[in-house]
Design a protein around this ligand. Structure first.
Ligand code: ACO
Length: 323
């Protein structure tokens, strides 16, 4: 069996913390409203001049250290981001440059909050098809730069950060226990595009634009889509929800996570939550949550881990990994 294993994990958060109390001074909101509706207490905000590729490099270096590898060992870089430094080139090529690499291939994936799951599935498929042996897969966002800081319905929800994994192609012997990515399920439906979108872009307005969201509509779709794709990934690999050790969902909103966990019948102690500290960091949220749970010793070798995300497009997806 050819498998892509996760060999290292890393994360990077900017220094600046923005609390709900800080937001109370900017828009008409309250700590109580934010905590009650979405379960967020604080978020991190990138400094002026600190770009998405900088956050990505911070997470990548930690993941490489964790794997005991250097940039020389990497031949594929995939960055999931909605907030690249420039319209082009891809943030991934800037990460490649900042890591001092001249070899290999690098490109971005745009699937908004589902980007990291799409990136894991892409790196897994590339490596299984002979395109690369070791991949840096990064979710990185400076989402704060897409926010309208006068719109209380969106600006309280998001934050900046980056998370990364090093994936490695291995050949497992017949008697070796299974490891690595076991299945990926990816979905999208562009008919929902205007329920969550940014009203700018190079081909439409020539501006960067701001996030617009029909919050209740997103909420209405989220739990069903998340659970469908989780079941699809489990079924593909021949497992059920009872087999899961850890559920690492996209961290958009505590109520969506709790709703999905309950519908899947997962005990709350198996669900990794970081939305209270990080808010919604879009493509960075899943690898940030994953690295938190690996760093504190919850996720360990042999555990069955489900990654899941849903976001703008809509896009949604899940990856089942034997750690
Ligand atoms: N502070 C105080 N009041 C607020 C705030 C705020 N930050 N934002 C909105 N309100 C007010 C509204 O103006 C409204 O007031 P009104 O009744 O006087 O008009 C009231 O709160 C209720 O507004 P709703 O939008 O109906 O609130 P709802 O209970 O639906 O909660 C929320 C809004 C939290 C956005 C909810 O719809 C939700 O969780 N949606 C999912 C969206 C999400 O998580 N998006 C993340 C990105 S998508 C993803 O990654 C999956």
């Amino acid at each position: 069996r050819t498998r892509s294993i996760i060999r290292g994990v890393g994360s990077y958060l900017p220094e600046k913390v923005l609390t709900n109390a800080d937001l109370e001074k900017i828009v008409d909101t309250s700590d109580e409203w934010i905590q009650q509706r979405v379960g967020i207490k604080q978020r991190y905000i990138a400094a002026e001049g600190q770009f998405t590729s900088d956050l990505a490099v911070g997470a990548a270096r930690q993941a490489l250290d964790d794997a005991g590898l250097t940039p020389d060992d990497i031949d594929l870089i995939v960055v999931a981001t909605t907030t690249p430094d420039y319209t082009f080139p891809a943030a991934a090529t800037l990460v490649q440059m900042k890591l001092g690499m001249h070899h290999g291939m690098a490109f971005d994936i745009q699937a908004v909050c589902s980007g990291f799951v799409y990136a894991v599935a892409t790196a897994d498929s590339y490596m299984k098809n002979g395109l690369g042996n070791r991949a840096l897969v990064i979710g990185a966002e400076t989402f704060s730069r897409l926010l309208d800081w006068t719109d209380r319905s969106t600006c309280v929800l998001f934050g900046d950060g980056a998370g990364a994994v090093v994936m490695e192609k291995v050949e497992l012997g017949d008697d070796e226990p299974d490891r690595g990515v076991l299945s990926n399920a990816l979905r999208s439906d562009g008919h929902h595009w205007d329920k969550l979108y940014v009203d700018g872009g190079p081909s439409s307005t020539g501006t960067t634009g701001h996030v617009h969201m029909q919050g209740p509509e997103v909420f209405r779709h989220a739990v069903g889509k998340i659970t469908d794709v989780v079941y699809a990934a489990l079924e593909q690999a021949g497992y059920t929800t009872d087999d899961l050790d850890w559920f690492v969902p996209h961290q958009a909103n505590r109520r969506i996570i709790d709703g999905a966990g309950a519908k899947l019948g997962l005990p709350p102690e198996k669900v990794v939550i970081t939305v209270d500290r990080h808010a919604n960091t879009s493509a960075a949220s899943v690898p940030l949550a994953l690295s938190a749970a690996v760093a504190d010793g919850r996720i360990k070798r042999g555990d069955l881990v489900m990654l899941e995300a849903m976001g703008g497009g809509f896009t949604w997806g899940a990856s089942l990994i034997r750690w």
